[in-house]
Design a binder for this molecule. Sequence first.
Ligand code: SF4
Length: 363
Amino acid sequence: MNDSQTSKTTFQKLALFRSCFTGLGHVYGTYDPKTGRSHQVKQPVSDKVLLHHLQGRQPYGVYLLVGDQTRAVAADFDDEDTLWPLEFIHQARQYGIKAYIERSKRKGWHVWIFAELPGASAAKARLVAKAILDDIGKPSTEIFPKRDRLNDRTSYGNFINAPLFGMLVPRGRTVFVDPDNGLRPYPNQWDFLEGVQRVREHLLDEIIEINNLTSSESISGVVESSPWSSDGHSTFGLPPCAQEMLAKGVTEHQRVACFRLALHLKKAGLPQDLAIVSLNAWADKNRPSSDKRIITASEIHKQAESAYAKDYRGCGCEEAAVMPYCSPNCPLKCNTKARTETSTRTGNSDRHDADSHPSSPQQ
Ligand code: SF4
């Protein structure tokens, strides 16, 4: 990618790229650009791996499926006909979803739909993508991720080659193209990525309900399998309070809420840079009372840094910032009670020490 076409720093580019094209963090796919032969690499998806991809040194393929969650779905049209990707994005719009066309590396097109961070149910996203493909008369088109969830037999799923492989970008391959401008590549791919609209899981729920969509892999089975689900939303292993706060924003105690959310995102495996992206999107939903302002980006950064700096064991379940969002169905409630009872019996109250908040809590 030509650095002169963007003023973004490498850090910003990596955060943006991660927010769209990462999934499993300990394995990735690649291929030999000379032979096209692909294989799996069981190593962390480090910044170096992603940079080498963007610089055109070694392609990176993403395993999108993490448990039962994904950050994106992609329909893989493997012929050159431009009709199908254009039909797909047109039909997606009918459902209120923005989809984006990528010219694939050799032949055909990938059409991507991005989920609101940190991710959405893969089953629901796949179901809606399948409905769109059915609508346009291409039901057998492959969808990535190819499955609704990982299980004992499916440890990784299938990888899809990520866009923006540096060696192919100058040839107009692996780039996003503008459907309103003759499918020409967007002149600035980073600005384009920054502006993509992400689908909220609530919208997927509405589409599924209104259109009575059902999957061969059971949606309810997926939801039930999540350890945190209390209301049908299993957002990357987040407990119900965090899901609720992230989805709706908060009205009070923004800094403490931010710190707690950062801790949950960390425990769910989100890298710090992506947690900050998610928390900035969360801040836009906050509705503080009239004499308070919305938490700033630098305050979010500070809270996230604190959360990621040390190991904190507790979840702050008794904090005023968190309690209003607590769900009686959360398994941690039981754990908290059990721990409290144990502490009372043994006189050991280390939970509060381990969980003490390092930043000033109120605003
Ligand atoms: S028990 Fe704790 S972690 Fe679970 S929802 Fe309630 S506040 Fe959140």
